[in-house]
Design a protein around this ligand. Structure first.
Ligand SMILES: [Zn+2]
Length: 442
């Protein structure tokens, strides 16, 4: 890809070709009825959308009809993909943007507990805790001509992951200022609960960055689904309205891209950092341990937790007690951690990992008993959507709801590197999906 894709403004000499190409485009797409820019050719940019907390079921005609139609009519959709454990925002996005599993990234949830010092970060913001480079950092070294942008509705992602992105547009709570030459274009972001931005602001920021600098790689976090589900849970009237709003924003964004002639020259990737559940029960872990005379340090991540046992001789008993509890999906000792890529130093991941069942939140405070809220972190929120659209890089197997393979969000970065012809860093764990998503049209 070229260093910087620019708008093709010099269209006057090509009016006839332009009119013909737009006419043809309208015939093919059946949508845009007005004249825009001439369509670019070749692959000019990659846009990776993370719909924070989006369940795979939402990528369907019933929930996100315009987005679903865009993917299945122009590209390839997996029925389901997987994220990491614990299925949380900071660790999920770290894997998504590095192409590496938690045992390589050092990120196992939103926060980290360090057994040697007893320090619990609660929320990891400092990139020094991360062991591998992001796509922004890698490209800076291997492909310095490639330009990047980071547009996030989540304030907490920028500090951890946006280092070395050329343009960062996010919430002021991140302490990352809006670049001066973008202030008038995007306005002062209004922050909502937890400092997350609404998706309308994010889509405008995305359009402005494409119009002004048109970077080769853009990461976009859409926080609205996450914001709504944490308040009221999954699959309800609030979520239905939220999804319709997000879907309308996608529809107008695609139309704007078509008008600018940039739709076919973009590789679009759509996924999520984790899914979400409606909380209907609580697993009081302190009471459980006390009742069984077990002492352990713990770090809780929503529906999951890591335990450091004071007496390691109690591990087998603890595992059998946990695995017999109807609220627990599974509990494993660190000898089985490699199953979920949690095999990292004990100081970060402990002796025992627990995932509760769908909708069961792990509580380590006596008064915690939430109901009708949303949460994630466990195995049931590991399922996420994944879709790829990019005719310019050979994604021609359209119309799939592919169920014969379950890709991992760690596969996204290596696949992007391959399709964009960028240099793949040595820190990648994920697989290249190119052979699955390209091929003969059906
Ligand atoms: Zn999230």
């Amino acid at each position: 890809m070229a260093k910087q894709a620019k708008n093709n403004r010099n269209v006057a000499p090509f009016l006839l070709i332009l009119a013909l190409s737009i006419g043809l485009s309208c015939l093919v797409s059946g949508t845009s009825q007005y004249a825009g820019s001439a369509s670019e050719t070749g692959l000019r940019r990659v846009i990776l959308f993370s719909l924070d907390s989006c369940n795979p079921e939402y990528f369907s005609a019933g929930y996100l009809p315009h987005l679903n139609e865009f993917i299945v009519s122009r590209g390839f959709k997996f029925k389901v993909a997987n994220t990491i454990l614990s299925s949380e925002t900071q660790a999920g996005h770290t894997t998504m943007l590095t192409g590496a599993f938690p045992n390589s990234t050092g990120m196992f949830g939103n926060g980290l507990f360090f057994e040697d010092t007893g320090v619990d970060t609660g929320l990891v913001l400092d990139p020094a805790y991360r062991w591998v480079p992001t796509i922004f950092e890698s490209l800076h070294v291997t492909n310095p001509g490639v330009t990047t942008a980071f547009v996030s509705g989540k304030w907490r992602l920028g500090p951890l992951l946006a280092e070395d992105a050329d343009i960062v547009l996010t919430s002021p709570r991140s302490k990352i200022p809006i670049p001066r030459d973008y202030e008038a274009l995007v306005g002062t972001p209004v922050t909502y609960m937890d400092g997350d931005l609404m998706d309308a602001w994010v889509f405008n920021a995305l359009l402005q960055v494409i119009k002004k600098d048109d970077p080769n790689f853009v990461f976009v976090n859409l926080a609205q689904i996450d914001w709504v589900h944490h308040g009221t849970g999954a699959f309800n009237a609030n979520m239905d309205r939220c999804l319709r709003e997000v879907d309308a924003l996608f529809a107008s964004f695609f139309e704007e891209m078509r008008f600018m002639g940039k739709l076919d020259s973009t590789l679009f990737v759509f996924t999520a950092d984790h899914g979400h559940d409606t909380i209907r029960d609580t697993f009081h872990i302190n009471e459980f341990l006390e009742a069984n005379n077990i002492t352990a340090a713990m770090h809780v991540e929503g529906e999951s937790a890591y335990l450091w046992l004071e007496n390691i001789g109690q591990k087998a008993t603890l595992l059998s007690l946990l695995n017999a509890d109807p609220k627990v999906a599974f509990a494993i000792g660190r000898e089985d951690y490699a199953l979920y890529n949690l095999d990292a130093p004990r100081n970060r991941t402990g002796d025992v990992f627990i995932s509760c069942n769908e909708g069961v939140l792990i509580a380590n405070l006596p008064h915690m008993n939430p109901t009708m809220t949303g949460s994630h972190g466990g195995i049931s929120a590991r399922d996420v959507p994944m879709g790829w659209v990019g005719p310019a890089c050979g994604i021609t197997r359209i119309g799939y709801d592919y169920e014969h393979a379950v890709p991992h969000i760690a596969d996204i970065v290596p696949t992007i590197y391959h399709l964009a012809n960028w240099t793949v860093p040595a820190t990648i764990d994920g697989s290249d999906l190119t052979s699955l998503i390209t091929g003969p049209a059906t």
